[in-house]
Write a protein that binds this ligand. Structure first.
Ligand SMILES: [Zn+2]
Length: 292
């Protein structure tokens, strides 16, 4: 799933390639992806892209005041196409293609554009056409952005204070902090040497400061690594930069212990026992419930 660093990188990528270009047409292929009906997607035709912004994990293309807002969800991706002039007309139906945005030809006659694709059968990719991105429910509910200067240690202290949830769940709750998902929450907790099951409200001031440092550094470094990469290269870069996420069974880079996995909410999390839980593996609550 693309998280803050990947969406930030896609934002920069589109800013460089798409701003200043005119939209010729928007082809909605996966009708379930389009979550708004007024204004229609056809209203984007003829408008030029004037800016690209990120809100949490949402991409926001400003098209002369009308916004095309994209949430890639778990299996969605954006693919830039240098020349769509030879592309086949899109037919709604099966396949990963959800949306195609065609841009005006450049001086050489190439007609670039981009496509949104979604792998798998669960279709969660979401597209909104709106005059105000703040009207998109997921954006309206977003917590603070961890890369914003206002996200200070004091701000994080206010967030965790009195919160009785496990820190892993808190970190990936978009309403609490924007942009962190399953992968980077594992990475942040490893960097902070903190158990994912720790209750947020029990963090000491020193632990809050460590967690803040881990959030800002982990995301900042991932953004830095992804900077300047083409959209197609981002997934491989994300994977290569992860130290614990999806690495169960492999040795920890820091201490050499074996990275472990435990179920959490609707998926699983990975962590290093030596770095994060005093050497003790976490009990898999889902499994132990089944064994009783
Ligand atoms: Zn370790």
């Amino acid at each position: 799933m693309p998280e803050l660093p990947e969406v930030e990188s896609l934002t920069q990528f589109l800013r460089e390639r798409a701003v200043g270009r005119t939209i010729v047409g928007v082809d909605v292929v996966g009708f379930q992806a389009l979550k708004t009906f007024d204004p229609p997607a056809t209203a984007l035709g003829g408008l030029s892209i004037t800016g690209v912004a990120r809100h949490g994990k949402f991409l926001d293309l400003d098209c002369d005041g009308l916004h095309l807002v994209i949430h890639l969800a778990r299996a969605g991706w954006l693919r830039w196409r240098d020349d769509l002039s030879g592309a086949k007309p899109v037919r709604p139906g099966k396949g990963p293609l959800a949306l195609r945005v065609r841009l005006a030809p450049d001086d050489e006659g190439a007609a670039p554009g981009f496509e949104l694709t979604e792998a798998g059968t669960q279709k969660r990719l979401a597209v909104y056409v709106t005059r105000d991105p703040g009207e998109v429910p997921g954006i309206a509910a977003l917590g603070p952005d961890p890369l914003d200067p206002s996200f200070t240690v004091a701000a994080l202290k206010r967030i965790v204070g009195g919160n009785r949830t496990q820190i892993k769940g808190l970190l990936r709750d978009q309403k609490i902090i924007a942009g962190i998902g399953n992968a980077y929450s594992d990475e942040v907790l490893h960097a902070a040497r903190m158990s994912p099951f720790k209750i947020a409200a029990t963090l000491t001031d020193a632990q809050i400061a460590d967690l803040h440092e881990a959030i800002v550094t982990t995301l900042g470094e991932a953004v830095e690594r992804a900077h300047g990469l083409a959209a197609k290269d981002l997934k491989a870069e994300k994977k290569s930069g992860l130290r614990v996420h999806n690495r169960a069974g492999q040795p920890c880079d820091v201490c050499g212990d074996t990275i472990r996995e435990v179920s959490f909410a609707d998926s699983a999390l990975q962590y290093c026992p030596t770095c994060q839980t005093g050497g003790k593996p976490l009990a898999d609550r889902r499994l132990s419930r089944l064994l009783k």
